[in-house]
Design a protein around this ligand. Structure first.
Ligand SMILES: [Zn+2]
Length: 428
């Protein structure tokens, strides 16, 4: 790799020192403060650090941290990979990630949806993965349309290859100005933000909503894909034909070969993340037979899916930050186990918890449900209206202590999740 200019070297080194000091004083992993220090000294540093590397950027409302980790694991098969493993997904975090792996020929960076245009411009990344867009704590449906429109402008006229989820109409629209796109059928369980055509505002038709299981004969439909087909009733905008397809527990590659995923990470959402990761790995020249074993080695990502233990109660932690995320978390739950739900409303969660009303909780009926967190009363009212019996707990610790010894699942939003991890162990 070419040597950085002296000013950039200095900015990079001082940023790493700031990060080390921050870690030493117990203020987190230091990547954000380190990157900020570096960017003050050399505002052009991200461009310089990205130069000469093969970079993939990963953006979505949900799953970007996990997908970043999966792609990173796969590309390590090819060489050293720089990555922002702890979700510091704005430019300061990207500077820190690239600065701390100066000689890595590859980089995989998780990017906040709103910062994606800026980071595309700064890094000149050759590969961009776009997975899903849905309402988030602070973003409402209108704003995600604006985000997709910004993605379109950022991708137009650039020599960038995009890997995008063809099952998400808004992502498809956001990606479709790119010079080249690999379309992946990665599914879209949450459809509440995509009933309208992003191109013309007309209604989107969803074809064949019933699921066609693989091996079923006589329908003429492509197994596993019909539930995801969509088209605008009023203009030509419709789902592009995917070259990769997530089909239940397997991925079908562009040559029609079926690869059973067999991941350690649980749930449909992670199989979708893996489908995107395999398509991305192939763009980097890494075939499925070499990438997939690497994906199978990933067991937890920044605390997600890890288990914490106290007094014989083993709690598996699931992070869900918005309605689409809750839907995917329900898919992971073990129906034979009790579940603890914990919801906070700190700054990173969004103060407004009205999104709780967007989630359908009826799937929780029939198992013991415990409710904790700052906004437990809001959640309790919501569960009551949905006819889901529950018990209120004063804290997560009390909810855990109320369990019989054994396993329990936990779904928590951002700060609730971080609080549980810091109080009950930080195993990664
Ligand atoms: Zn339309």
């Amino acid at each position: 790799m070419t040597q950085l200019p002296l000013r950039a070297q200095l900015a990079s080194a001082l940023g790493r020192t700031a990060a080390t000091l921050s870690r030493a004083t117990g203020r987190g992993d230091g990547s954000v403060i380190g990157g900020r220090v570096s960017l003050v000294l050399e505002p052009d540093l991200l461009r310089q650090l990205a130069h000469d590397r093969k970079l993939a950027l990963v953006s979505a409302t949900n799953g970007k941290t996990t997908t970043t980790r999966l792609i990173t694991s796969a590309l390590q098969e090819l060489g050293e990979v720089a990555t922002n493993a702890f979700g510091a997904n704005m430019p300061a975090g990207h500077v820190s990630a690239l600065s701390s792996a100066k000689d890595a020929p590859y980089g995989v960076l998780e990017v906040d949806e709103k910062y994606l245009p800026e980071v595309i411009d700064a890094t000149g990344a050759g590969v961009i993965c776009l997975m899903n867009l849905s309402r988030d704590q602070m973003d409402r449906a209108g704003e995600i349309w604006l985000l997709a429109q910004k993605w379109r402008r950022a991708l137009a006229g650039k020599n960038t290859h995009v890997i995008a989820n063809a099952d998400d109409p808004l992502v498809t629209w956001g990606a479709s100005t790119a010079a080249s796109v690999t379309w992946v059928s990665a599914g879209q369980p949450w459809k509440e933000d995509s009933w309208c055509c992003p191109q013309c505002g007309g209604p989107l038709d969803r074809k064949g909503m019933e699921y066609v299981p693989p091996g079923s004969a006589g329908t003429g439909a492509n197994p596993g894909t019909t539930e995801n087909d969509w088209a605008c009733r009023e203009c030509t905008f419709r789902r592009p034909t995917p070259s990769w397809v997530l089909d239940n527990d397997a991925v079908i590659d562009p040559r029609g070969r079926r690869w059973v995923l067999d991941l350690k990470l649980p749930g449909r959402a992670n199989r979708a993340n893996a489908a995107i990761a395999l398509a991305t790995a192939e763009v980097f020249g890494l075939p499925v037979d070499r990438a997939l074993p690497r994906l199978r080695e990933v067991t937890s990502v920044a605390g997600r899916y890890t288990t914490v233990e106290r007094d014989g109660r083993h709690a598996r932690l699931l992070l869900a930050k918005n309605p689409a995320g809750w839907l995917e978390a329900f898919d992971v739950l073990d129906s034979s186990l009790p579940v603890i739900l914990s919801v906070n409303a700190q700054g990173p969660d969004g103060r407004d918890t009205s999104w709780l009303w967007d989630v359908d909780y009826r799937v929780l009926r029939g198992r013991p449900v415990f409710v904790a967190g700052e906004r437990r009363l809001d959640l309790a009212l919501r569960l009551d209206v949905a006819g889901v019996p529950f018990q209120l707990a004063g804290s997560f610790g009390q909810a855990l202590a109320a369990q019989p010894p054994g396993k329990v699942d936990v779904i928590a939003n951002y700060t609730a999740f971080q609080n549980i991890r810091s109080e009950f162990g930080r195993a990664v």
